[in-house]
Every structure is written in C-alpha cells, then in structure tokens.
Write a protein that binds this ligand. Structure first.
Ligand SMILES: *Cc1c(COP(=O)(O)O)cnc(C)c1O
Length: 456
C-alpha cells in the first residue's frame, strides 16, 4: 500500500504540473487529428489485464494523444463556436471531479448545488425574466433544448383535447441543428420558416396563417434563436414573443451561443423580448467561459418543468423527503445523476466578478468589428454581411468551395489556425464563404490580420 501511495502522490504532482503548463501556455500549436490506426501504432495496447501503468499511459497521452486534439481555446481557433474557459473555472473543474458530488438532489449535493444556483441567479437576472423564473445546468444546449421542448409538450398535453396528439413546433432555417434533432427525439413535427436572416413576428404570423386547421391545432411552441450559430443573428424576440403570448404558444429562445452577450451593454437591446420567453437555453461553455460541458435551461415557470421531468422510484423517495428542503436539479431536465457542472462557473464568477465577464464578452464583440474593418480594407476579401454579435461572414474574392476547404486544411496542418468555411444564402443560391466566431478575448488584431493575409 505504501508504494501505491507514493505513486499516487507522484501522479497527482504530474497531473497538476501538466494542468498548470496547459493553462499557462500561450503559444501552443493547434493540434490535428490522426487516423485511429496511426494513433494505435504510436501508443500500442493500453488497456490490458495487468495495465500498462499510469506513468506510461500519461506519457502516451502527453506525447501523442493530446497532440491529436484541437484545444478549443486557442486564440486562432475561430471555427464553429470556440470556447475560452477561465483558469479559475478549469481549476474548479478539477475540484468538481475530486469532490465526487452527485448533483441530482439537494440531500447529497447541497453545497455544490447552492453554488450552481448562485451562478444561475446571475444568468437568470440577465434575461429579465420575472421573479420565480429559474433554471438548471445541463450537459449542453442540445440537452437544454430537449428539456425545454419536452416541458412545453407535456404542458400542452395537460389539455385533454391534445392528449394523444402529435405536437408541432415552428422555428426558422437559421435555428441550430439540435432543434430539429431534438424535435425528432421528442417525436414532434417541426416547420421551418424559410429565412436564415432575422425571423420576424410578421413572418411567423404568415406561417401560422398558412397552417391547415389540423396543423394549427397541433402547434404548441415556437423556437426563436438569440444569436444564430452560423451568423450571430438575433430573431425579433419582441414581436415573436408577443404573438406567442397572445396565441397561447410556448415561446422558447435558443440562445446557446448568443446568451453570453446578454451581459454586454452594447448589444443587450437586440435581445429585447427575451423576457417574454417561457424557456431559454444558454451555454456557459460557449460565451460564459466555462469548461466543457456546461449548458443551461431556464424556465419562466419551473414547476412546469418539474411536472415534466421529476423521476419517480421507490429508492428515490428518500431524496424527495429530505431533499424537499432544497432544490433538486434532476427535476428540471432530462438527467438523473449529474455532475455539478455549474460549479466551475460559480468559482470563476466569484473570483473575477461579473464586470470581468462583461468586459470579456465586449472584447469578442469588438474583435468582430475589428475583423470587419480589416476585411473592408483588404482588396482580396469582402464582407458577406455586417458582423453580427461575434460572427463575421466574408468571402475571398474569386475562391471556389474547394479553395476554402484546401486553405482550412493547410492552416490546420501547419498548426497555425482553425477557420472553417460555411454556407450563406444569397440571391443566386448557397455560397461557400469563410467565417470567424470570436469568443477568446486573447485573440489579437495581429491574429486576424495574419489569417486574412494567408488568403492572399
Ligand atoms: C451550440 C448550439 C446548440 C447546441 O449546444 P451544445 O452545447 O453543442 O449541445 C444549440 N443551439 C445553438 C443556437 C447553438 O449555438
């Protein structure tokens, strides 16, 4: 046993050293994937009856496997929606693991859930939802969207008339793929308004007016997007919310990416109307600087979520009795056993204060404006549309889709940058264009300049 303890201390030190190196590295390369067969050749058999030993396994991780991953927080990782967890949050993610907290019920997780709820109260305060609104942390935006859609559907089906009906939701083609995917999981039909630009109340009303009688009966929810993933576009939440309120439709706002910008004074007005929502999705692992994975779903009336999601079981009753003294996160989303994944966010908020979050998000918005100006001033590139939130769509004049693809792979191979192409609809069809999404406040103007110059 003594020997094992010494090994354990050594391994702990190694892990801490690796962690410190990792979070303080400023000039790391962007890793690139390798084929599974190549990785297997490099590391050999690692899961064996006797084990290969922690030292060897960790060495293989450092030497080969870590390098085959892309650190999403690299300042020149501007693809998809990147992330940039704070060091405080990363360190507390280690604490979250080390503390073995079961985050389903207050009875077991009280201290951790208390912290999560402190962070959640701040997030809820950004939305402007009325007193009583509250939320829980989920594994991500997809799980948050599913939890909200199921809550909405169960609430709708409380009405006997709809008991056996298949529900219908309306959103736009700008909505995230997870809305369509989760509609499938919840077995509800989905109708897409044909716009990738701002969805307006007028367009929504037109769509509703064109429904058949049976479709109108089955319509129970509308999903608007608070910052589309592709272009950072915020739907007209005010007019959409008004329609939902008067026509008794559940109003869900998917702000998984854009929700972080609620803290930024410069763009907060673009979200006006979000306070009319019945539910909202926000991903702290996107623009709230949390490590993976951490999403959030917020409800105007959390009791409706509880009715939809609370699990029953003879072995669970004890939690409900004692746990009734506090908040049970499992009751408000699809998971039972859960990590207290809001805990790293809480520590980071407590460490830095919310003003620092405001500044960091404003910097992402500013970087998009800076990129827009640089693009306008260079002859070989042009903006496809004005930057929206922290997304910038632009074209390299004269490039075909394969040129964008080759350029992306070349930058990735070199470990220089990860910037991926996307598609944007113009009058002549879908055009392949280049896209930046800024999250990391440490991205510099020189980074953007270098990336644009690599397209000459
Ligand atoms: C990223 C994103 C999602 C999905 O969130 P995950 O955390 O990846 O599950 C949903 N909606 C929008 C608008 C997003 O940007």
């Amino acid at each position: 046993m003594h020997k094992i303890d010494i090994d354990l201390v050594e391994m702990t030190m190694d892990v801490m050293k690796y962690t410190i190196d990792r979070v303080s590295a400023t000039k790391s390369k962007i890793g690139k994937p390798q084929k599974a067969e190549e990785l297997k050749k490099l590391v050999g058999e690692t899961v064996t009856p006797k084990g290969v030993g922690g030292e060897y396994a960790f060495k293989m991780w450092r030497k080969h496997l870590a390098k085959a991953t892309v650190p999403i927080d690299h300042p020149r990782h501007l693809a998809f929606v990147p992330a940039s967890p704070t060091r405080a949050a990363i360190m507390f993610d280690l604490i979250t693991s080390a503390s073995s907290i079961h985050g389903a019920y207050w009875m077991e997780g009280a201290g951790g859930i208390f912290c999560e709820n402190e962070a959640m109260s701040w997030i809820v305060s950004l939305t402007g939802l009325p007193e009583g609104a509250f939320g829980v942390f989920t594994s991500g935006g997809t799980a948050a969207n599913l939890s909200a859609i199921v809550t909405a559907r169960e609430h709708w089906r409380e009405n006997e008339a709809f008991k056996n009906q298949k529900g219908l939701i309306i959103t736009s083609i700008g909505a995230h793929s997870s809305i369509k995917a989760m509609a499938k999981v919840a077995d509800v039909d989905i109708l897409l308004v044909d716009t990738e630009d701002v969805l307006t109340g007028e367009e929504l009303q037109n769509c509703i007016d064109n429904l058949t009688e049976s479709q109108r009966k089955r319509l129970f929810a509308v999903v608007a997007t608070g910052g589309t993933t592709n272009a950072g576009i915020i739907d007209d939440l005010h007019s959409i919310g008004a329609i939902c309120n008067t026509q008794n439709l559940w109003f869900h706002v998917d702000a998984a990416y854009g929700g972080g910008a609620l803290v930024a004074d410069s763009v907060r007005h673009l979200f006006n109307g979000i306070e009319k929502a019945d539910s909202i999705t926000i991903d702290p692992h996107k623009w709230m600087f949390s490590p993976y994975d951490c999403g959030a779903v917020i409800y105007r009336n959390p009791d409706l979520a509880k009715k939809a999601h609370a699990q029953e079981g003879s072995y669970l009753e004890i939690f409900k009795d004692e746990g009734a003294h506090g908040f049970n996160p499992t009751d408000y989303q699809i998971q039972l056993t859960r990590r207290v994944r809001g805990l790293p966010l809480w520590f980071s908020l407590a460490t830095h204060g919310t003003n620092r979050y405001k500044e960091a998000v404003e910097r992402g918005l500013e970087l998009a404006q800076i990129a827009g100006k640089l693009i306008a001033n260079k002859p070989h590139v042009e903006l496809v549309r004005e930057p929206s939130l922290s997304c910038v769509l632009y074209r390299r004049i004269g490039w075909k889709p394969e040129d964008y693809r080759e350029w992306t792979y070349e930058n990735h191979r070199k470990g220089f940058a990860l910037v991926t192409p996307t598609k944007w609809r113009t009058t002549s069809g879908f055009e392949t264009v280049s896209r930046f999404c800024f999250i990391n406040p440490d991205t510099t103007e020189a980074d953007i300049e270098a990336i644009l110059n690599s397209m000459v």
